[in-house]
Design a protein around this ligand. Structure first.
Ligand code: ZN
Length: 504
């Protein structure tokens, strides 16, 4: 008999339906909704969140959890049932400390904040955005105050994006990463003239770019029967179950790399959602658990595959054919070197792999200061600019190239940024292991055959959905917790190749 487990599953199925509906509204807000729809959309999202939160944190969920745990009867801890009870219990313990009104208000303020951010960024006006950031921080602090079980305020937020990850762990990993990256960036900077990214700039009609992007994501596993790709200001991916995956990208007529690599990145996220076992659909396990692991997928496809030497051999002739003109003679090596040029720059999403980590460290530090009340919102641009100068040696010309560039703070997603850099580290570990398991992987990628890598990732990562935390998953796949060294080895080897150096 497993009556109560089935009831728990049914309850979680309805809660998952509500979450998918909210995701659909959010997707629509960022792709289709006319600008004036923002106010009523925020109310709809808040109402859905209120209903979902109430249903989730109810005593009935707790009763079903207790009863279902009793029915597990020694089930393997890696089984779907045991994982369901474990993951729901952890989330329930956390969520029920949060009043429903606060959860709904966080959702509402995030939705309103995003609309305000789009306008403020377009007008380069941080002051117009400041009240929304102030509001989101105030709500985040109230959220943090619901807990007395974490070591520091930032831990509460980080745990929502990567369960079990602590601020102290991230600080240690980032210190190690920073120490490894700074000399590499310095060495490369002395040979900056060796690499030319000229081929990436020119005139590339958007319709041709769409064709290139479609060809590439279809090689990766995009399938029109279960996927969509649309345009968005800030590219993202969302899954409404494994059979309805939505990805987005943005287009720049003078720089094809933006749309291409954003699409590969988001398709990497989409493959994760599409690859989750059907047995986990309509449960809280039917979506990636940690955003760090999610980001390891997107960053791997974008950078290790997309900007890799092997795949450059597939891309270069198609780029030459589709656009002609300035890139009519583009060869694989020129493309490979151009897309891996290292240069300190202002915009995180356009940063090269070496400087990318520093963008994250900067946000990680500022967020902790904001949430602990050490950095007032009015002083954020100044603090940003000063630290940017320190890390990158560059002046910040305006807020759109500084503190206003990312959507996250407007949406109340504080604690999210570290997962990007952690994702790079995890990608480094998985990439090494995939090569050890598949010695012919580079040759396959060079032949445009990406299904081997995709299926390896599906088998080792995707199919498990949220069953395992980041450390548990890494232990299973690579036999080691998260570490810096594999990513740094990968990056040094690549930049030694690109810059014809022997990096330290
Ligand atoms: Zn991503």
């Amino acid at each position: 008999m497993r009556n109560e487990l089935d009831q728990l599953r049914s309850r979680m199925a309805e809660i998952t339906d509500l979450r998918n509906t909210a995701h659909l509204l959010e997707w629509d807000q960022q792709t289709m909704m006319p600008p004036r729809g923002g106010a009523s959309r925020a109310e709809s999202i808040a109402t859905l969140e209120r209903i979902r939160h109430d249903m989730f944190v109810s005593a009935e969920t707790g009763r079903l959890l207790d009863a279902a745990a009793g029915e597990l009867d020694g089930a393997d801890s890696a089984s779907d049932d045991a994982a369901l009870v474990r993951v729901v219990r952890r989330r329930w313990d956390k969520a029920r400390r949060v009043p429903t009104e606060l959860a709904a208000e966080i959702a509402r303020a995030g939705s309103i904040g995003q609309e305000a951010w789009v306008r403020a960024r377009a007008n380069n006006d941080f002051d117009a955005f400041a009240p929304y950031l102030t509001r989101n921080l105030e709500l985040a602090r109230r959220y943090v105050d619901c807990f007395d079980t974490f070591d520091c305020p930032y831990d509460v937020l980080l745990d929502d994006f990567d369960p079990g990850m602590a601020t102290a762990d991230v600080t240690r990993l980032f210190d190690e990463l920073k120490a490894a990256l700074v000399p590499v960036i310095g060495e490369v900077a002395q040979h900056a003239d060796r690499v030319d990214d000229g081929p990436l700039h020119g005139t590339f009609p958007v319709e041709r770019q769409r064709q290139l992007v479609f060809e590439v994501v279809e090689r990766m596993g995009f399938d029109r029967a279960g996927w969509r790709i649309d345009d968005a200001v800030h590219p993202f991916a969302t899954g409404l179950g494994s059979q309805d995956v939505r990805i987005t990208t943005r287009w720049d007529e003078h720089f094809f790399a933006s749309a291409l690599f954003s699409a590969m990145h988001e398709c990497g996220h989409g493959l994760y959602e599409a690859g989750i076992d059907s047995s986990l659909q309509r449960t809280p396990l039917g979506s990636g658990e940690s955003l760090s692991v999610h980001e390891s997928q997107s960053r791997m496809w974008e950078n290790m595959v997309g900007r890799g030497r092997a795949f450059s051999g597939v891309l270069a002739p198609r780029i030459a054919e589709l656009f002609g003109g300035s890139v009519a003679d583009l060869d694989a090596t020129s493309l490979y070197r151009a897309v891996n040029r290292v240069e300190p720059s202002h915009i995180r999403v356009e940063a090269d792999e070496a400087t990318y980590g520093l963008h994250i460290v900067l946000r990680f530090e500022l967020e902790q200061e904001m949430i602990e009340g050490r950095l007032p919102v009015a002083e954020v641009p100044e603090a940003w600019d000063a630290r940017f100068k320190e890390y990158f040696g560059l002046e910040v010309p305006d807020p759109a190239h500084g503190a206003l560039q990312d959507v996250h703070w407007s949406a109340g997603l504080i604690g999210y940024f570290p997962t990007y850099a952690l994702g790079n580290l995890i990608a480094g570990q998985l990439w090494e292991k995939a090569h050890a398991d598949m010695p012919d992987l580079e040759a396959a990628i060079g032949a445009g055959e990406l299904s081997g890598l995709r299926e390896w990732l599906r088998e080792n990562v995707h199919r498990h959905g949220a069953k395992f935390s980041t450390p548990e998953l890494l232990q299973r796949v690579v036999g080691h917790p998260i570490e810096v060294a594999p990513f740094v080895r990968y990056l040094r080897a690549k930049l030694s190749d690109v810059y014809e150096l022997d990096l330290p």
